[in-house]
Design a protein around this ligand. Structure first.
Ligand code: NDP
Length: 312
């Protein structure tokens, strides 16, 4: 089967650059939106040039120029958007409505993967303010896709390893301490951690796969479904030392949000749902969804233990 041509939006981003790499590695003809607004951001420009050297095509365009998006989309079969959606960095999820308008006008797209890559927003109807904005915005985008009858795949990637494992599941930390850790509640709620390059590899596998059309694909590598305590134990084993442990009860955690900046509060609420409520792993995948490590057993995913060795 001929591999689909792919356009990646947000190709210089934290996840986007990995999607470009994975798409090229899988042999897809890969296009990257080269936004005019990048201007003199030398890091982004150099990254795009290095992707070009590796075989990607750069397509000029802008979210402020509808026709430029339509033109770029017409070159490909599949559009993957990895636009920003983390408030402490940048949150532009609703800009995708412009992209959807362009996909509608272009009329040739066989698959669209919007910028999701986290908690399944469809399961977060009861999420707390202000963190629910992420899920609400992603649901607005889903509705626009489905109303326009654009074939889609939603990737529910669970926890990016860098954010969660690096900090032993503690908000505001991305490097593991060798001395102490604060457990969120009893630290026993299971979450799911996926290395970012693995997220990109699984994502690219789905794009031409008829089993994933109009489906949510959950990334649940079986060995990486662990509680905070289990992550800490793995780290302790690696460093040969027990960490000092304290715990922050749910009420205290929620009270600590008051007075913090909006972007921080959004992030903390995400940690709340993951670590206190276990929102990622407390449900079975239904018939309208599929699981990536079952679909693609050929991908040798990075285990939590392997990942934690990076910090030794
Ligand atoms: P980044 O913050 O790295 O941004 C990605 C890209 O978005 C940028 O490189 C840029 O693309 C594009 N972008 C930013 N601002 C604008 C703008 N104003 N107009 C147009 N494009 C813009 O994103 P992440 O990789 O952190 O996030 C990608 C997705 O992953 C999001 O949906 C996010 O919610 C999710 N995520 C999930 C996590 C988890 O633990 N599950 C953790 C982190 C993110 P360019 O300049 O290349 O055009």
């Amino acid at each position: 089967m001929e591999k689909g041509k792919v356009l990646i939006i947000g190709g210089t981003g934290y996840l986007g650059k990995r999607l470009v790499k994975a798409s090229l590695a899988e042999g897809h003809e890969t296009y990257i939106l080269n936004r005019a607004e990048i201007g003199v951001d030398i890091d982004k420009v150099q990254m795009l040039l290095s992707f070009k050297e590796q075989g990607a095509h750069l397509v000029s365009g802008s979210f402020t120029d509808h026709q430029s998006l339509v033109k770029a989309i017409k070159l490909v079969d599949v559009v993957i958007c990895a636009i920003s959606g983390v408030h402490i960095r940048s949150h532009q999820i609703l800009l995708q409505l412009k992209l959807i308008d362009a996909i509608k006008d272009a009329g040739n797209v066989k698959r669209f993967l919007p910028s999701e890559f986290g908690t399944d927003p469809a399961r977060m109807e009861d999420a707390l303010e202000p963190g629910r904005v992420t899920f609400d915005d992603k649901m607005i985008v889903r509705k626009a896709i489905e109303d326009a009858q654009i074939p889609f795949t939603y990737i529910s990637a669970n926890c990016f390893a860098g954010y969660f494992l690096g900090g032993l599941c503690q908000p505001g930390k991305i490097l593991p301490s060798r001395d102490s850790v604060v457990l969120l509640g009893d630290g026993n709620k299971k979450a799911i951690y996926v290395e970012e390059d693995d997220i990109a590899k699984y994502t690219i596998k789905t794009i031409d796969d008829p089993r994933t059309v109009n489906k949510t694909v959950y990334l649940r590598p079986p060995k990486n479904i662990l509680s905070q305590r289990e992550v800490v134990e793995i780290w302790e084993k690696l460093i040969g030392k027990e960490l000092q442990k304290s715990s922050i009860p749910k009420e205290e955690f929620l009270a600590s949000l008051k007075g913090q900046e909006y972007a921080q509060q959004v992030g903390l609420i995400h940690y709340y749902h993951v670590c206190y409520e276990g929102c990622l792993a407390n449900f079975e995948i239904g018939n309208d969804a599929v699981e990536a490590s079952e679909l693609y057993p050929e991908i040798k995913y990075t285990t939590v233990e392997e990942y934690m060795k990076r910090y030794l």
